[in-house]
Design a protein around this ligand. Structure first.
Ligand SMILES: Nc1ncnc2c1ncn2[C@@H]1O[C@H](COP(=O)(O)OP(=O)(O)O)[C@@H](O)[C@H]1O
Ligand SMILES: [Mg+2]
Length: 306
């Protein structure tokens, strides 16, 4: 089988030929299974519309024949625009394991909260604020400081901050308003009892593959491995497992990294990642997580033939 890896990250620079580590791990897993990997760089995919038909070219040539594609979607802004390529792939009936819709929804933290709460999946209490004069109401509703603020499209812990006082929140919000891209800010309760720890639940094809506790070791309130958090494998409670699987299913993600916090009133889901990092989870668990994704992609492709 020819298995495509749709790479959104431009590597070290746009011109760079160096592959991101996750793509390398997936490529390796494809080779080990006796299949052929093909890394597809999103900036080489060319959308083309004849007067009546959508087409797709790759680096000036017809799009290669690929049996199944694994998208590694990442974008900090213009998310829907950047994901358009995924939609075109779907339109051309090229099998791809994550849908355009699921990727766009998961990337948007507001949309994720909307869909999770619609299914009564617990999330941290959150208010979305777009105007300065609504800040104090949000503070009252959230309860007490410190509070967490988040941009709708952040990842790797970069769009998340902790704010200790009303004064800081007011000035930080004023600062954000100066950005022409500013649209809204999530104001969220700080789950203090999590103490810089969270749980990453890795899900493939409706099954929990492994759950990892990430701990910032007191260095930060954020536990992302990208910021120096350390991971260890943990056992999930029945409820944690159930809500994580339901969250992935609700967003229709076949591969998902569900982030949850253990609050004193039970688990709450912060976000669902459609492009969860592979390096940390593989190292911590000792499992061949990239291989499991490839096995799922092969299974998915085969299921289409029936
Ligand atoms: N409401 C919260 N209470 C306590 N810690 C939080 C809260 N929200 C986020 N965090 C911490 O910040 C980290 C990053 O937040 P998250 O919403 O997952 O954003 P990102 O997409 O950047 O990973 C989490 O892994 C967690 O450690
Ligand atoms: Mg996260």
């Amino acid at each position: 089988m020819k298995i495509g890896l749709l790479q959104f990250k431009p590597g070290v620079s746009v011109r760079s030929r160096k592959l991101p580590k996750d793509i390398k791990m997936l490529r390796n897993a494809i080779k080990v299974r006796g299949h052929i990997p093909k890394v597809l760089r999103v900036d080489k995919c060319q959308l083309y519309y004849t007067r009546t038909t959508p087409k797709l070219l790759y680096a000036g040539k017809p799009f290669p024949k690929i049996d199944v594609i694994i998208p590694r979607f990442s974008a900090l802004e213009n998310v829907a625009l950047k994901a358009t390529i995924v939609h075109q792939i779907e339109m051309l009936d090229i099998p791809i394991i994550q849908s355009y819709m699921s990727l766009v929804r998961a990337k948007n933290k507001l949309r994720t909260l909307q869909m999770l709460t619609e299914k009564s999946i617990p999330v941290p209490k959150t208010m979305v604020v777009s105007r300065f004069e609504y800040l104090d109401e949000a503070i009252r509703k959230i309860g007490s400081f410190p509070i967490i603020i988040k941009t709708p499209f952040g990842s790797l812990g970069k769009g998340v901050a902790i704010v200790e006082t009303r004064r800081s929140l007011h000035s930080a919000f004023d600062m954000l308003l100066t950005s022409p891209d500013f649209n809204s800010l999530l104001i969220q309760e700080y789950v203090a009892e999590s103490e810089g720890k969270d749980i990453r639940v890795f899900i493939i094809d409706g099954k929990v593959v492994v759950a990892m506790e990430r701990d910032s070791q007191g260095r930060d309130f954020r536990s992302n491995l990208a910021l120096g958090g350390e991971g260890k494998v943990v056992k999930l409670s029945g409820t944690e497992k159930e809500i994580s699987l339901l969250a992935a299913k609700t967003l229709n993600l076949k591969v998902a990294g569900v982030d949850l916090l253990r609050s004193k009133t039970g688990p709450v889901i912060m976000e669902v990642n459609a492009n969860p990092g592979l390096e940390g989870i593989t190292e911590v668990s000792g499992l061949d997580v990239p291989g499991m994704i490839i096995d799922y992609a092969i299974k998915y492709k085969k299921s289409l033939k029936i």
